[in-house]
Ligand binder design. Structure first.
Ligand code: MRU
Length: 332
């Protein structure tokens, strides 16, 4: 397991995920602006990790200037970095609520730092519980298909969907993880495969279009993914391509499981239609690692996430337990 977010008291050290798996470089944030840059440009990514990073970013902002107006500006700068992952907004709200107005309290930095550290720790604890709940609804030995990266590189702990997979492995019930590439940013090929290999989990890389084939040939018997935002009705936003996997799983009658902390459930977002979908730069599609792969001038559409309707989701696993369709997050 890797520690991707290291708080150093006067700065935040992030493993720069843009260079993985070939180089381990660090990106240093000293204020909210540098933190927002890191989130926007995918130095750090994955919904829970974005939330924890933003919490520390606000502690850095208070360290630099504890005035109310500077704090408000820092919150706005961070909130504008990426629109889909609700964890970003949850972290900002959490800091605002627990800190209050830094301009009118004593020791604002010490308080902001303590709140951010507690938020970070809380996410770590949730991951283990998610893993246990998730593994408990998957009896027997498992061949899992997963999408994007949901492990230590996307959280402060051992992961959400990858946490369930790690738990299956600890219970010696993991036969294989199929990690799809996750075009266009290749979080699966670059990050999930790397994480699995670091921890000796059996992993096979496949392309995004292979999910249906794997299911038809019984090479996988469940799909486990994370989420960036779960609407109040159970619709799930996750990395682009997730919806197609859910449809294929439904056709093959195999479980399609979403693993996420309760901070990913957005009760203020009624349905999937209300989830803002981030549009990313076209060069993520036209280029691979700086190398052009299509003709110059090609029109590109690059939504980073899609929404899987609640009906296609077999279970939503949180640290509090397992929810099933029709989703009602007010009770279990
Ligand atoms: O664009 P990314 O890499 O931030 O997208 C990440 C995902 O889609 C993950 O599946 C999601 O954030 C859950 S991470 C535990």
């Amino acid at each position: 397991m890797v520690d991707i977010i290291a708080w150093k008291g006067d700065r935040l050290e992030l493993i720069d995920q843009r260079y993985l798996p070939f180089e381990t470089k660090y990106f240093i944030c000293r204020d909210a602006e540098e933190t927002a840059f890191a989130v926007k440009n995918m130095v750090v990514r994955g919904a829970p990790a974005i939330g924890v990073t933003a919490a520390y970013g606000l502690a850095l902002a208070v360290r630099k200037n504890p005035s109310s107006s500077a704090f408000k500006k820092a919150c706005d700068v961070l909130a504008a970095s990426r629109p889909t992952a609700i964890n970003l907004f949850d972290a900002i709200d959490h800091m605002k609520t627990h800190l209050g107005d830094p301009g009118s309290i004593s020791d604002p930095f010490e308080k902001a730092e303590a709140i951010a550290k507690a938020y970070d720790l809380d996410d770590q604890g949730k991951n283990k519980a998610i893993g246990k709940h998730g593994a408990s609804i998957l009896p027997g030995n498992r061949k899992v298909l997963t999408h994007c990266n949901t492990g230590s590189l996307a959280t402060s702990g051992w992961g959400t969907a990858l946490g369930v997979i790690r738990q299956l492995n600890e219970e010696k019930r993991l036969d294989m993880v199929y990690a799809d590439e996750t075009r266009p940013f290749l979080q699966g090929a670059r990050l999930t495969v790397w994480e699995c290999r670091q921890d000796n989990l059996p992993v096979t890389l496949v392309t995004d279009g292979m999910g249906g084939h794997l299911m038809t040939h019984e090479l996988v018997d469940c799909v486990i993914v994370g989420s960036d935002r779960i609407a109040a009705n159970g619709d799930v936003a996750n990395k682009i391509g997730t919806f197609m996997l859910a449809m294929a799983a439904n056709y093959h009658n195999i479980p399609f499981i979403v693993a996420a902390p309760t901070t990913t459930i957005a009760l203020g977002t009624p349905t999937g239609r209300d989830i803002p979908i981030e549009q990313r730069p076209g060069d993520e599609i036209t280029h691979v690692r700086g190398q052009r792969i299509t003709q110059e001038g090609t029109a590109v559409f690059n939504p980073a996430f899609d929404v899987t309707p609640a009906k296609l989701v077999s279970a939503i696993v949180t640290e509090e337990g397992v929810f099933r369709y029709p989703y009602d997050f007010s009770k279990q």
